[in-house]
Design a protein around this ligand. Structure first.
Ligand code: PMT
Length: 213
């Protein structure tokens, strides 16, 4: 399970980050461990205690998160990508604190690796569950990500000023190739348990399908 934001450093004191608190991903890791899974939680910079029975790896940037995820994905059955991964990083991080010049400052941003895409390309890829954080047209954008990122399942949430990020509650819409289920709005821990249950069920269906082919 990945969780939390990533930070992309601009200089030794500044970074580009996002509003993810890690709560959703930590709740998923906890629910999976409670359901009997052996869980590795790869976490961006957050202020949360490690859930009981979970192995935790701390990272800062998207590239560090990608390396940590790839290090365990080859021997994992399921990867749940709840982290809000920075899509871009500063191309040339300044080794010293940037000073004010009185002129506009331009930062050249380059794209980070897409972690889910890298895991999807592994020869023995795990069952892949992504999240989609959208500010509008949640279902349409999430279904597009399900296809484009070759996911087995996606949990879509509407994010905004008081929604999705940071708060203790969330609302999730689950989508997979042949169907969908609205898990509604609830505490993130409650949603995480429902999500883990649905993932386990679809994971077992996918194994049974492979076994009978
Ligand atoms: O942490 P909280 O405060 O509890 O908030 C929870 C949450 C809103 C962060 C969480 O529920 C959520 O939606 N996480 C995914 C946020 C996100 O980055 O969504 P996205 O639509 O930009 O990305 C789609 C998927 O691709 C995600 O599974 C993401 O982890 C993955 N991704 C994105 C970029 C990238 N470079 N690599 C990726 O693997």
């Amino acid at each position: 399970v990945s969780a939390g934001p990533t930070y992309e450093d601009i200089d030794p004191v500044r970074f580009i980050g996002n509003r993810s608190s890690g709560r959703m991903g930590f709740a998923v890791a906890e629910a999976a461990a409670q359901a009997g899974a052996k869980v590795t939680l790869i976490s961006g910079p957050v202020n949360l205690p490690t859930p009981h029975g979970v192995d935790r790896v701390n990272v800062r940037s998207a590239r560090q998160m990608c390396d940590a995820v790839l290090a365990v994905s080859g021997r994992s059955d399921i990867f749940i990508s709840a982290a809000a991964v920075g899509d871009y990083r500063v191309e040339a991080r300044s080794p010293t604190k940037l000073k004010k010049t009185g002129k506009p400052l331009s930062l050249e941003l380059i794209q980070n690796p897409d972690i889910l895409a890298e895991v999807a390309a592994l020869p023995k890829r795990p069952f892949l569950v992504g999240f989609a954080a959208e500010t509008k047209d949640v279902e349409r954008y999430a279904r597009d990500k399900l296809e484009r990122k070759k996911l087995d399942m996606i949990a879509a949430n509407l994010v905004g000023t008081d929604l999705g990020f940071e708060s203790s509650e969330n609302a999730l819409l689950l989508l997979w190739q042949e169907g969908s289920e609205d898990l509604g709005q609830a505490d993130k821990k409650v949603l995480a348990r429902a999500l883990v249950e649905r993932i386990a069920s679809r994971f077992h269906t996918s194994i049974d399908k492979v076994a009978t082919e």
